[in-house]
Structures are given as C-alpha cells and as structure tokens.
Ligand binder design. Structure first.
Ligand code: NAD
Length: 474
C-alpha cells in the first residue's frame, strides 16, 4: 500500500510536521489504496513563511518572466497527463473520458492563464494617473475533491500570472492526484517558495491558512457552508476572498424544443462528473403541457443510454461517488424526495445490481415542487428533479427562486432562449449545449460565490491597483 509522506515547502518535498495518516480509497471498489500523512498548523506556518520570502522577487518579475514560468508549468504538467489521468481514475473514479478531460484541463490551465496575461495591461494611464496592477501578495488556494488537480493548476496559474506566491491546500481526499501534480510541477524549476502545498484537513490546515496574517487572499472552491466559514474567519485580517461554491442549476426546456434532440444535452448537464459537479443542471424545468411526453423519453433515454459502472470501461457514463459519506448523503436525499411526496420516474435508493463500491442509481424525481428540499439543496450526485412550469414567466420565476446562481441551461429556439438567458440570475447561462469557454469569467451569483475566476476577470482578483499621481508617463 502506498503512503504519501511528503508535502511541498520552499521548493522541496518534505515530511510534514503533522503525524496523522488518512486513508485513501478506490471508490469503485471501496478498498483502501493508500494513506497520506496530513500536515498541521506548523506546516502551514512554514509554507506561508516560504511563500512570504519568495514574494518580493516574484512580485518584481516581468510579464515575460511570468509567461516563461507558465509555459514551463504547462510543459511539466503535459508530460504527466497520463499519470494524472490514471490517478483521477483510481482515486476519484471519474469515467475514462472525464478523467482524460480532467487531466488535460489541469495542464491547459497554464496556457489559458498565459493567454490572459499576454493581453492584460499591467499598467494603464487613467486621466493624469498611472495605475500599476500589483500582486495582492501570498495567496491561499483551497480545492475540493471533485476536480482537485484542475483547481490546483487553474488557481496557481492565475496566481503566478499576477506575480503572487501561493500556499495550496488540496482536498485531503485527493492526495494521489496532488502527489502527481506536485512532482510534475517541481520539474518546471520555479524559484523555491513560489508555491507550496500542504495536505491536511480543512478544519486545521484550511482554517490556519484562512486566519494567517501573512496571507492576503484566499481563493476557495468548495461547499457554500465552508465558503461562509472562510469569509467569517478571514474578516479579521480583511483578506481578499474569491469563492466558487455550490449550485442548484436550472435546465429550462422551452416548449418548442425537440425532446429527442435535447435529451442528450439535459442528461449531460445533469449527470456530468457523475453528478458531482457544482454546475450540474439538476432542476429540469419543462412546460406542463409537454411534461408527460418529455418524461417518458427522458426515462427511456436514461434507462437505455446511461451506464453506471467501472470507470475504466469506455462505455461508462457515471462512475462511483467519491466516498462512502458522499454515497450516504445521496441516499438520504433519495429517501427525502420520497418522504416529501415527489414521484420516482427512474432510479431509487441502493446500489445498481452487481456493483460494489460507492455507486448510485441514476435517479429522477418528478412532481417536484420548488419548495421541496430536493429542489433547493445541492445533492451532488446523479439525482435530478423535474419541475413543471406554466409559461415563460413562470419558468424564469422558478429558475430564479433559489439561493444559488452558478449556472443555468436553456434548450429551445435560439431567440427565445437568449431572451430567457437575459432574465436568469446566474453567473453563466449555457444555450443549447454550447461548449465551455476557458477565458470567460466563471463564478456564481447569490450564494454560489464571490468574485470570478478565469480570464481577465479572474486575473483581476489576484491584483491590487496602485494609483501613481505625478509620475512620468510610462
Ligand atoms: P468542502 O467545502 O467540504 O471542502 C473544500 C475544501 O475546503 C477541502 O479542501 C476541505 O478540506 C477544505 N475545508 C473544509 N473546511 C474548511 C475550513 N473550515 N476552512 C478552510 N478550508 C476548509 O467541499 P467538497 O466536499 O470538497 O466539494 C464539494 C463542494 O464543492 C460542493 O458543494 C460543490 O458545489 C463545490 N464546488 C464548487 C465549484 C465551483 O467552481 N463553484 C467547483 C467544484 C466544487
């Protein structure tokens, strides 16, 4: 059994001060596949001190030097994508196509940040002033398990583009992926201390980064509950905070949409990343008049085309939940849906036949009201709720009646879909299954987050404008 004994501080793999060993699982079998030694507050202090020492030099790097670093990091990650894909498959259980996408995303994040930095003015003339965009300082980057490597690389890429130094706290459940990433990134040969990685629990390592007075900013991706705790804890030192949190995203099917044409997109939006996606379209809104026909087609499509099983089988579309607690959480919500009076269209509690591990039956409830907990709370598994609407206004009202606002999906006539998109309270609206744009801002309205990541808006969040009055023009 593999034991991950190292964290990364000041340019070196070092043994953490913390002694706790934490089990790592293969979620497709439930077996323990390894252990990680977790860091503690002393490790955070050492990591922050290293990042602080590296900051003055990093902050003075030119755009050209930062672009070279990003290229080196991209090359280093690219050389290890196969290894990363294997780690994602084994430790997280994302189906093979998703694992491949996740590993590529981690490597390509550095290119997206480089493209952003290339076009980004780090100095601007505004009236008589010269405005210089300076790095915010040492940043704390905290990631979740549902895309651990991707978030490490994406957050680090923008931190480096800005000239910041970083302390990264990956998900403790994703240590195998973290290990691949940090051994790969090390090969890029960045100056010691520019980034540091401390494995550990959220309640101690994450919390210690959040309150550390030498950390200027936190970029966090995870649950809304922990996001709120981070805002509270970081208030004392007035940290800049970027939060990418949960969602309960609506998928609106307009009554002119051809059900057979849009059902694959609805299933993809709802079940992406095995349902463990912050942007999953889990509230499916369909017009009352077309509901019965739509339900019959959706049920048939899920029962014939969605395959739960071995993530290594290329025909699998839904892998296991990441952990036993996550599996139990999804089961609780399926029970809750029945208790609340929703009707099962397909799926149920329990495991699909013949599968061990943390597999869930893809489940769709109908007769759901928007005040039911299964329509309001993030389940984070392959469980969808169908809600009926009367007309466009009603669809928009139901879609917006949520504490979240991360993503939304609209399928149907282009002109009507764009009209609806304009009325949705959501950081992102995907019309007719359009592809992701890595340079566009990503983040949530309402309780789905604070601020934005990616592209120029994402880079802004790692920079502080400094106004020089009376300076000579650049
Ligand atoms: P989580 O909030 O439990 O944990 C996220 C990270 O925060 C982990 O590294 C954890 O160790 C750490 N953490 C926990 N308590 C902490 C504390 N008090 N202080 C500092 N750090 C702490 O989330 P999770 O279960 O790992 O991930 C699932 C959640 O992430 C879902 O709610 C999902 O919607 C959200 N998510 C959001 C996005 C987005 O971009 N909006 C993307 C992916 C996941």
């Amino acid at each position: 059994m593999r034991i991950i004994e190292h964290i990364y501080i000041d340019g070196r793999l070092v043994a953490p001060h913390g002694r706790e060993l934490f089990d790592l699982h293969n979620p497709a079998t439930g077996e323990v596949i390894g252990q990680v030694r977790l860091g503690d507050v002393e490790d955070v202090n050492a990591a922050v001190a290293a990042a602080k020492r590296a900051l003055p030099r990093m902050a003075r790097t030119s755009k050209h030097e930062r672009l070279e670093m990003l290229q080196a990091l991209h090359g280093a990650m690219r050389a290890h994508v196969e290894e990363l894909r294997e780690a994602v498959l084994e430790e997280y259980g994302a189906p093979v196509s998703r694992s491949t996408w996740m590993a590529d995303y981690a490597a390509d994040a550095f290119l997206a940040a480089a493209r952003t930095l290339t076009d980004y003015p780090l100095e601007r003339e505004i009236g008589t002033a010269r405005v210089v965009m300076e790095p915010v300082g040492v940043v704390g980057l905290i990631t979740p398990w549902n895309s651990n490597a991707g978030f490490i690389c994406n957050k680090l890429a923008y931190a480096i583009a800005a000239g910041c130094t970083a302390v990264i706290k990956p998900s403790e459940m994703s240590a195998t992926q973290t290990e691949v990433v940090l051994r790969a990134l090390h090969e890029a040969g960045l100056p010691a201390g520019v980034y540091n990685v401390v494995n550990g629990r959220g309640a101690d390592v994450g919390a210690a980064i959040t309150v550390h007075t030498d950390v200027a900013k936190i970029s966090f991706t995870g649950s809304t509950a922990v996001g709120k705790a981070i805002v509270r804890a970081s208030a004392e030192s007035l940290k800049r905070v970027t939060l990418e949190l949960g969602g309960k995203s609506p998928t609106i099917i307009l009554d002119d949409a051809d059900p057979d044409a849009v059902i694959p997109g609805i299933i993809e939006a709802g079940f992406m990343n095995s349902g463990q996606a912050c942007v999953a379209g889990t509230r499916v809104l369909v017009s009352e008049t077309r509901r019965a026909g739509f339900e019959a087609r959706l049920k048939a499509a899920i029962e014939t085309r969605v395959k739960v099983g071995d993530p290594r089988d290329p025909s699998t579309t839904i892998g296991p939940m990441v952990s036993r607690p996550q599996w139990e959480r999804v089961q609780r919500y399926i029970r809750l849906g029945l208790e609340e009076g929703a009707r099962l269209l397909t799926g149920s509690e329990g495991q699909p036949e013949g599968l061990g591990g943390y597999f869930v039956r893809p489940t769709v409830f109908t007769d759901v009201r928007n005040d039911m907990r299964i329509a309001r709370e993030e389940i984070f598994g392959p469980v969808l709720a169908i809600l009926a609407y009367r007309d466009e206004d009603d669809a928009v009202a139901i879609a917006n009646d949520t504490t979240y606002g991360l993503s939304a999906y609209v399928f149907g006539d282009q002109v009507r879909a764009e009209r609806i998109a304009a009325r949705l309270e959501s950081g992102r609206v995907v019309i007719n299954g359009a592809a992701h744009e890595p340079l566009a801002p990503f983040g949530g309205m309402k309780q789905s987050g604070l601020g934005r990541e990616n592209g120029a808006f994402g880079l802004d969040a790692y920079l502080e404008p400094k106004t020089l009055l009376g300076a000579r023009p650049a």
